[in-house]
Design a protein around this ligand. Sequence first.
Ligand SMILES: [Zn+2]
Length: 212
Amino acid sequence: MLRPDATYYRMKRTLLPPGFKTRAEQQSLVIRRRLGLNATQACPARHLAGLYGVSVTGNASLLSLLPHLSDEFADTDLVRERLLRVSDPALNFSALVAVVRGHTMILYNDQHSPERQESDIMHEMAHVLCQHPGDDLQLTSDIGLRDHDAQYEEEASWLGSVLQVPDAGLMWYARRGYSIEQIAARYTASVEMVTYRWRMCGIARRLSYHRA
Ligand SMILES: [Zn+2]
């Protein structure tokens, strides 16, 4: 059995721990089963968040959230300024995880396309599932301009993409001749995302192996 990502490993040094990719695929399938879904079905990011008790809020709703948040922080003006910053269209904010009094919430940019929202929320859920520690999970940190830990970001990017488009489902569609655009529509994913997964999973090579 060929490793789907063997080429990727040769081409690029990865910060992912050994076995991370295999576990990510398993996690994607296990979560789907818990939601009554199989590998060929889209796993809506908001359903996944709900499974883990994480609330999901668009940044357009941020201002209505402010009065509720103000009790939680000593420096309300600072929090207000930071929340306003993620509402700023010029910032091209994607999403972030905030923990308020032990409750985890994801704030995302609801101006982005539905496909982009799915991948943004999945990325943040991947941070939650990986239990990434650090200031970047706290609303009181410098959100929007935070420093990213390179390994955490690579883990979240990989897991987020696998949660959205699992290898097993991608291969199922590829073997039946679905185009990347058709597969993208099935997963509410962008064409760029499916193209990336197609390459990372070595689908073209495995298809020619399958047909030989
Ligand atoms: Zn991230």
